[in-house]
Design a protein around this ligand. Structure first.
Ligand code: NAD
Length: 347
């Protein structure tokens, strides 16, 4: 049988397994198996060269039984409705697990922000917010940063929303700049949460962080912070990667040097004091902890048996397929699941 990597089908199969273990009332299970509301938007944007481009965006509100729905927004060329549905469902479980009074939602726009200027991104975000006016709000649904969006994106959403209602509404988004009422520590919070979860697990196993060898895939908001903070906590970060590839140093990377190299060149490869490696090689490195913190479906039945880390700490949402989870279970490899491991940001 070929492996199913459709994120929403994975999310539903995970849910079905748990619902059956919990003997969940079939009516409740049927409600929770599907998103409560789904929206699709066409977003016309005037590009810098004068042409018009129409982008497609989604917002999925999975559930709001515990409070307003809450979840990030992604700008990515391979975004799909099913990815957004899965991410929205995982947000419901995450907020419930952390016992914060929110439900789950997610948004995404199919675009490649790397090919767009700041002006084009701003016009797209503001137009998207105009379309979203009827569904977002402090008591309804509250967006946050995710892949390829950041505090600046949140500031545009907040400003456009506020202009439309005629007064400032900082609580319509989280992850906004501190000057606009954002929370101190939010930038690092998701990565910090991953590190806390790993620390607690090591403690539970009677181990210490000192010298633990860590590999991190993804060097953005989550992976970049996790790598930096886990090194500060005493671990040896032996490898990190971004979309262009990774770097490896068996004795541990100098994280301050790596951060400065990344800031200067916009990528990790080419760092003088390390060897370049591919993302596939990073995942299969001999290390103690692997933090996949880039995109979903990075660990599947194709590579699960070759993962040599003893702990997989899911910084990204949905990095491990169901089949890979089964392989890990058979191998007694410990997984800290995404909805716990990356819950620091929303918390
Ligand atoms: P980001 O856009 O800040 O960074 C993404 C990183 O992944 C970048 O370094 C990019 O180069 C790298 N990347 C992209 N494609 C890759 C590939 N094919 N192989 C290897 N690296 C690749 O995004 P982020 O906010 O750090 O989000 C990363 C993951 O964490 C996502 O799954 C996201 O849903 C999840 N997440 C984010 C937050 C948050 O607070 N930002 C919270 C919870 C979960």
């Amino acid at each position: 049988m070929t492996e199913n990597v459709n994120a929403f089908e994975i999310a539903q199969r995970q849910f079905d397994g748990v619902a059956s273990q919990l003997n969940l009332d079939p009516y409740v299970a049927e409600v929770l198996r599907w998103p409560m509301r789904e929206f699709k938007f066409q977003i016309p944007v005037r590009m810098d060269d004068g042409s018009m481009q129409v982008f497609t965006g989604y917002r999925v509100q999975h559930n709001d039984a515990r409070g307003p729905s809450k979840g990030g927004i992604r700008f990515h060329p391979s975004e799909t409705l099913d990815t957004v549905r899965a991410l929205a469902m995982w947000m419901t479980w995450k907020c419930a697990l952390m016992d914060i009074p929110f439900g789950g939602a997610k948004g995404g726009v199919i675009c490649n922000p790397r090919d767009m200027s700041m002006g084009e991104l701003e016009r797209m975000t503001r137009r998207l917010t105009s379309e979203w006016m009827i569904i977002i709000g402090p008591n309804e649904d509250i967006p946050a940063p995710d892949v390829n969006t950041n505090a600046q994106t949140m500031a545009w959403i907040m400003d456009t929303y506020s202009m439309s209602v005629g007064h400032s509404v900082p609580s319509v988004v989280t992850g906004k700049p501190i000057a606009l009422g954002g929370s101190k520590g939010r930038e690092d919070a998701t990565g910090q949460g991953c590190v806390c979860a790993i620390l607690e697990l090591l403690k539970h196993q009677g181990k210490k962080m000192d010298g633990v060898r860590v590999a991190v895939q993804g060097f953005g908001n989550v992976g970049g912070a996790a790598a930096r903070l886990i090194a500060q906590a005493g671990a040896n970060v032996v490898a990190v990667s971004d979309m262009y590839g990774g770097i490896y140093c068996a004795t541990g990377l100098d994280m301050a040097g790596v951060v400065s190299h990344h800031r200067k060149t916009g990528r990790l490869s080419g760092f003088a004091e390390a060897d370049d490696i591919s993302n596939a090689e990073l995942l299969e490195l001999d290390c103690d902890v692997l933090i996949p913190a880039a995109l979903g479906n990075q660990i599947t039945s194709q590579n699960a048996s070759r993962i040599r880390a003893k702990i997989v700490a899911e910084g990204a949402n949905g990095p491990t397929s169901r089949e890979a989870d089964e392989v890990f279970k058979q191998r007694n490899l410990f997984v800290i699941p995404d909805f716990l491991c990356n819950a620091g940001g929303v918390t």
